[in-house]
Design a protein around this ligand. Structure first.
Ligand code: HMG
Ligand code: MG
Length: 296
């Protein structure tokens, strides 16, 4: 049977805007984030502390954290010690580290092999866990890699196991290029739920081939009750060729509510949040529910 509630982790301000061709002003981002909080999104990836040379769109990370009210769990993506220190100094509630199962992708994204990344992350995670900080580990290319093809699910599970051993609170397991199908989703998330019953597990689907909602449903059936999503379906990783936006928050929320699974999100307020950011992004937003909202 389905859970009564699920949690949506809004990643639009981070995954959504990191890949945006236009330069979005800090104030416009902050209006968007505040409206998302108003809509009931209690957990969010606000921004990332990454190299501004690699991802100029996130260069205002410090101002973003300073500008939002502390409500729920506000997370910040960080690739290294410098990022973690800056994020915590700026007042982030929680950090999200990220690594790719596939070496080729990880090298393109973080300029290290997967093993080098893990070696560097271990002491950093152990330290912040001693300080009681919430740590989320984002696992990229958990299903498919844009350079190496199909990823062996055993490699994904083993990478997750290391993070669990180091004490992370949450695994966010990602289909970076939107190529996984519902069967793959069900299989991997069933395994992860079985192997790691004591950590939070979130599913992070990109919707490149329009399978993200089906994948989310398959993950729900596998016992997952946390889902990353991006308002308006914005997003994509600049270092994953062909990757497009995340599953749209409004489509996911609508689907869950229709099935009687509550998310705590107010859809009308969510549409208002999306209409705040829409004029500032380069492409018209074309998600199912947002299109219906605009045409009504
Ligand atoms: P590097 O060039 O190997 O390392 O980059 P570096 O140490 O030489 O740093 C380069 C420059 O960045 C230096 O500046 C550093 O000081 C600076 P310079 O001396 O040249 O003026 N720097 C920093 N600045 C601010 N904050 C920092 C920081 N660290 C170094 N934390 C590095 C290595 C990891 C920094 C780089 O590769 C990088 O920033 N990568 C981030 C890539 C990224 O943000 N990707 C998107 C997020 S992941 C994602 O979207 C996937 C996810 O959604 C799940 C999924 O869908 O798969 C999570
Ligand atoms: Mg992503």
């Amino acid at each position: 049977s389905l859970p009564k509630t699920t949690t949506i982790i809004e990643v639009g301000p981070r995954d959504g805007l990191q890949n945006e061709a236009r330069n979005v002003n800090t104030e416009d981002k902050l209006d968007f984030i505040r409206a998302l909080q108003e809509a009931g999104l209690q957990e969010m990836e606000l921004t990332s502390f990454v190299s501004p040379k690699w991802v100029p769109q996130m260069a205002d990370a410090r101002d973003i954290i300073a500008g939002v009210k502390r409500a729920g769990r506000q997370m910040v993506l960080t690739p290294n010690e410098r990022g973690i220190t800056s994020a915590l100094e700026a007042g982030a509630d929680a950090i999200a580290v990220f690594v790719g199962v596939s070496n080729s992708f990880n090298e393109k994204n973080i300029n290290k092999t997967t093993a080098q990344s893990m070696e560097a992350l271990k002491p950093l995670i152990e330290k912040v866990k001693r300080d009681g900080v919430f740590v989320r580990a984002c696992i990229s290319t958990a299903f498919h890699c844009p350079f190496e093809g199909k990823v062996d699910p055993r490699d994904t599970v083993e990478l997750c196991r290391q993070f669990v051993d180091w004490g992370v609170d949450e695994l966010s397991v990602a289909d970076t290029i939107g190529l996984a199908d519902p069967q793959e989703s069900h299989e991997l998330f069933s395994r992860l739920k079985e192997q790691f019953p004591d950590v939070l597990i979130a599913a992070h689907f990109h919707d490149t081939r329009r399978m993200a909602l089906a994948n989310a449903y398959a993950a729900l059936l596998a016992g997952v009750d946390r889902f990353d999503a991006s308002a308006g379906g914005l997003g994509g990783c600049p270092f994953a060729p062909g990757a497009t936006g995340n599953v749209a928050t409004e489509d996911l929320v609508h689907m869950f509510h229709h099935m009687g699974v509550d998310t705590g999100v107010d859809l009308e307020k969510l549409y208002e949040a999306i209409s705040l950011i829409e004029p500032h992004v380069s492409n018209p937003l074309q998600t199912g529910m947002y299109t219906l909202y605009k045409n009504r």
